[in-house]
Design a binder for this molecule. Structure first.
Ligand code: TYM
Length: 334
């Protein structure tokens, strides 16, 4: 059975983008993989954050994942700061990764913006920690949204260089296969079809949060930016119509189907009708998740116990691998 690892930052309520690009696939992969899922709180402090809310945000992320269908018995669910092997391997890999490689990371450029000299060094080395997250379990498959593709390519470059430098080219670290699945691997902002939907967008209207109530979902979809043309009848007609493409992709992913099937039913109709159908679909599928999340958050002791158990199980897998990496780079053992 292949081992899966993936992570999500506890920096707010997960969005429809997180759900369709990642979490929904995580749930399905539990059936035929050994899965390890992580609320990556170490990553969450690479940008300014509020120390008073981080712990609760981490619990909320765990509750959201369980409510969405992650089963903490079958899968390992934990928070990153509780498993120290991540940081130990990250340091070793920081000494393997090349500055030139990190300089090419587009997400760093986007997040740092014009303030590049003044962001944290952690934001810069973020993708190396991400590589460590995966490699410390020898995980081979990583389900993510499209925005993480470049980070996974970097993780493979780092793994290969480690194998070359310290193992004579033997595959101590395996090759990682990104799993970028479904018609919504890149969900865009509802206000701007050229920007991805994000937890950190200042406009709440730009995203659907998994906890939005039915009226809020309906309103956000009604106000979502579109163009004046009716929906095309074929997927080719969505080219150069990013907002229309986004809404059709969301519909297709929610229905577990593809663009062509959605357009066979809805093509030729105006956006008014389509948006009503989309809002109904989102409300029907997301409301139970929000309800279950609220229920779980009434009992934080149970969530904490799940995370504690997950951290123990994760540590048991990671510890021998990080110790082997430490041995391979030559640290003294006394
Ligand atoms: P994060 O917290 O930004 O997002 C979590 C997951 O959601 C996906 N995603 C999207 N998918 C489609 N459309 C969108 N608009 C959208 N927004 C987010 C992301 O691709 C991701 O899969 N660096 C990661 C967390 C991480 C990680 C890892 C992932 C840390 N270590 C190791 C995999 C393996 C991140 O910031 O995700």
């Amino acid at each position: 059975m292949q081992r899966i690892f993936s992570g999500i930052q506890p920096t707010g309520i997960p969005t429809l983008g997180n759900y369709l690009g990642a979490v929904r696939n995580w749930v399905k992969l539990q059936d035929d993989h050994e899965c390890i899922y992580c609320a990556v709180d170490l990553h969450a402090i690479t940008q300014p954050h509020d120390p008073k809310t981080l712990a609760q945000a981490t619990r909320e992320m765990a509750a959201a994942l369980i409510a969405a269908g992650i089963d903490p018995q079958r899968s390992i669910l934990f928070h990153q700061s509780a498993v120290h092997a991540h940081v130990r391997l990250a340091w070793i890999l920081e000494c393997v990764a090349r500055i030139g490689w990190l300089n090419r990371m587009t997400q760093f450029k986007d997040k740092a913006g014009k303030d590049r000299e003044n962001v944290s060094a952690g934001l810069y080395t973020y993708p190396v920690l991400m590589a460590a997250d995966i490699l410390v379990y020898h995980a081979t498959r990583v389900p993510v949204g499209d925005d993480q593709r470049q980070h996974l390519e970097l993780a493979n470059d780092i793994a290969q260089k480690f194998n070359f430098d310290f193992c004579g080219g033997e595959p101590f670290f395996p090759v990682i296969e990104p799993l970028i699945l479904g018609p919504a691997a890149r969900v865009m902002s509802l206000r701007d079809g050229s920007k991805k939907m994000s937890k950190s967008d200042p406009s709440d209207q730009s995203r659907i949060n998994l906890t939005d109530d039915p009226d809020t979902i309906a309103l956000k979809i009604r106000r979502a930016k579109t163009d004046p043309e009716p929906l095309p009848t074929e997927p080719a007609g969505l080219e150069s119509r990013p907002e229309a493409r986004n809404l059709v992709g969301i519909y297709a992913a929610m229905e577990d189907t593809d663009y062509a099937t959605v357009l066979r039913t809805h093509g030729g109709r105006g956006f008014g009708d389509f948006k009503r159908a989309l809002a109904d679909l989102l409300i029907a599928k997301l409301s139970p998740i929000a309800g279950e999340m609220r229920r779980l958050l009434d009992d934080t002791a149970t969530i904490d116990a799940i995370l504690r158990d997950g951290a123990q199980r994760a540590s048991a897998l990671a510890e021998p691998i990080v110790q082997e990496a430490e041995k391979l780079v030559g640290f003294l053992r006394v």
